[in-house]
Design a protein around this ligand. Structure first.
Ligand SMILES: [Zn+2]
Length: 256
């Protein structure tokens, strides 16, 4: 008899936050279902990764590697050329801001903002959740480091959850959208990853953060700075930088 009460779909980019969310789910699932074999987790925990024409193909390679390490499959959904909006993440003619210090970045809405990205991702995730019989969608969005990304805030998630349930079931409940990192600082997220254990830290060695889409990471973009600050404040050595110092590439793919 199948007693598993929750099935999960993780919106998974291969980045630091969604990798931490993946291991948060693995830990949660293990506690809730101590009798389920790890090899069977893939029946209950699904991953979806989006190719939305981002600057960094390397992110997709990271997602694949981390999914393999966790013995889970990921569903790669191709939606290139769907999202517009002159973001420096999707339009290489727009300059990606790089600075020596975090303080040197302009405040306000960053030009890395991709309008409607999470709105679209969660819409597709809802479709997949429905088809897999999943009742919990997990996303690593976080409003603590708010940079004008409105679709990373809890107000949006609450509204989206309502919309998804109304769209799929004509009710206000059915699928829950879980955001384990919503109110955590980057340092808190690193501490969480450490608490989740070695497997999570090992996975983070392959996670991709750099907006430039390079390995080793550029160290000068906003994402690199935020990641570095988080690890520094949490007093944890970033496993990605340890891997970089050893020159351990996943494959020949390093940048676009
Ligand atoms: Zn960078």
């Amino acid at each position: 008899m199948n007693l598993v009460k929750d099935k999960f779909l993780i919106v998974f980019s291969g980045g630091q936050d969604s990798t931490t969310c993946l291991h948060w789910v693995l830990n949660y699932f293990k506690k809730e279902n101590p009798d389920i074999n790890r090899a069977d987790y893939k029946k209950y925990i699904k991953l979806v990764t989006f190719n939305y024409g981002q600057r960094h193909d390397i992110e997709l390679e990271a997602a694949k590697k981390i999914a393999e390490l966790a013995d889970l499959e990921f569903d790669l959904v191709d939606i290139p050329n769907v999202l517009r909006g002159a973001s420096s993440l999707t339009d290489t003619s727009v300059t990606l801001p790089q600075n020596e210090s975090l303080d040197d970045f302009e405040t306000g809405l960053a030009n890395t903002f991709v309008p409607g990205r999470n709105l679209l991702f969660l819409t597709i995730a809802a479709n997949l959740a429905y088809s897999h019989g999943v009742n919990k969608i997990v996303t690593g969005v976080c409003e603590t480091d708010f940079a004008g990304y409105y679709d990373c805030r809890q107000d949006f998630i609450k509204a989206m959850e309502l919309t998804v349930n109304q769209a799929l079931f004509g009710e206000n409940t059915g699928i829950e959208i879980i955001t384990p990192l919503m109110y955590l600082t980057k340092a808190d997220t690193v501490s969480l990853a450490k608490d989740l254990g070695e497997e999570c830290l090992k996975a983070l060695a392959y996670s991709h953060t750099c907006y430039q889409g390079v390995f080793p990471p550029c160290g000068k973009c906003h994402a690199c700075h935020l990641r570095a600050k988080g690890f520094q404040e949490a007093k944890v050595e970033d496993p990605l930088l340890i891997r970089a110092s050893k020159g351990e590439y996943i494959s020949e793919l390093t940048s676009k």
